[in-house]
Write a protein that binds this ligand. Sequence first.
Ligand code: MLC
Ligand code: AMP
Length: 504
Amino acid sequence: MSVNENLYLSLVAEHPSKQPEKEFLMTPGREPLKYQQLDSLTGKLHSKLLELGVTPGDRVVVQVQKSYEAVLLYLACLRAGAIYIPLNTAYTLNEVGYFLTDAQPQVFVCDIENLAESEALAEELQVPYTNSLSANGEGSLLEGLESLSDNPAVALRQSSDLASILYTSGTTGRSKGAMLSHGNLLSNAQTLHQYWQWQDGEDVLLHALPIFHIHGLFVALHCAMLGRSSVHFLARFDAQSIIEKLPQSSVLMGVPTFYTRLLEAPDFNRPTCQNMRLFIAGSAPLLAETHDKFAALTGHKILERYGMTECGMITSNPYDGERIAGTVGFALPGVSARVCDDKGIELSRGETGVLEVFGSNVFKGYWQMPEKTAEEFREDGYFITGDLATMDESGRISIVGRSKDLIIAGGYNIYPKEIEAEIDLIDGVKESAVIGKPHSDLGESVVAVVVQDGSKALAQEDILQPLQQKLARFKLPQLVVFVDELPRNVMGKVQKAQLREIYK
Ligand code: MLC
Ligand code: AMP
């Protein structure tokens, strides 16, 4: 008989707490969700998913506010063997339509506030069921749940079976669904739990990240569940709420913007951090200046790690060894990383090239895009990250740039191609180039450089207004500049580096 490798078993079922009353998620104004409630509540939600016709391998697309119930839904999907697909709550209906068409889910769970439009869209796209969920746990998903039985089953899954698909925008403009298996997620979680020396039953995680990305959903919550930690589960980042909860916490995971904002808060100081064991940063580069200021103020050296949707966490500064600002540390145990030229030939130590990665953390490919998948893997199985890196003699890695055309603002990835495609459709536009500009709070901000076709005179609003209907607000350019022509090289390729230099 095959062994059941369902991730749910490792996160919840096979990991009984020595303290049955132990709190899992704690949100101000709500009763805490306890570890001992997880099996029964996810069992009921599992029954609900079965009622909705969900079978192993079916997709469940979820675009909801952060809540206990959203986490329970994720765990219930694992349990049912369904593939969980969370979407950024900022996505417009236009963007959601693409994901529903691509993923063809059995169920779409939307925010209760968008129920009418979401239901209409899902019906048009022939999604069999649409349910709603609100931030405080109301909505049709949970109706009648009390009367359902706790289904004790945990669907049989092999480690290579899919647990989740996370969409990551593509350099070609089309979002690609990164397929992550039960084994990918479990191996990465176990590695991090050990590498960051999680204090089982004792650590308290301060969680203010969104739960539709690997950072907030997998890295943070999986470590907490493996370590049976209590989690201060805040709806969003807000420096004052963090400062209030820090004295009762021991670990914070955040994007660099969390740390720059904390440093700006007047009442953030050393005593606030005295119970903290570990501050972790990732998803975007942490400036050495932020690292050093934080250390001087609090006495804590932020531990920077590096990862991506397709691979989970790849490298980390050491827990015990030296945490060096501006570096992302070493390849994690079980992960192999090499710096290569554009043909995949490994470069000498110290040279700059593209980072390639191999290991049980690396995803299974892009959903229904075999050609795109093949393009991004080497024949020997290494995944080409698109990040430019150097590795020193000791194996320590620094991310020095990106070969992929990508902007990262506040830890959200923004692909210029997607915005350029929408701008180019606007009447009066000949062509456009979208670039990132350094931004003190978010790391980078979006600038659109637009060439008009002369048929009419355009102003900034003529560009922004049509984009608002199509794209999530965080992708909208903060600045639109009109130019006579875009700089190009002899091959005719737009010279974005030159534009970045001009507008920085
Ligand atoms: C919000 N806005 C952003 C933005 N977040 N704009 C650009 N980039 C962002 N990241 C815009 C909103 O659209 C809104 O615009 C205005 O800013 C205020 O919105 P807000 O919701 O009040 O913003 P705020 O709460 O301040 O959010 C900023 C933030 C948040 C940095 C705290 O974005 C955040 O939590 N980021 C974390 C993202 C994350 O988890 N990334 C991990 C990806 S996984 P308007 O026009 O409406 O006023 C990954 C792999 C790895 O990368 O290695 O981890
Ligand atoms: P995503 O596709 O949203 O998972 O974003 C992954 C990308 O974020 C990586 O490919 C990197 O470009 C970037 N990233 C993540 N962590 C770091 C880091 N510590 N330093 C620099 N870039 C990072």
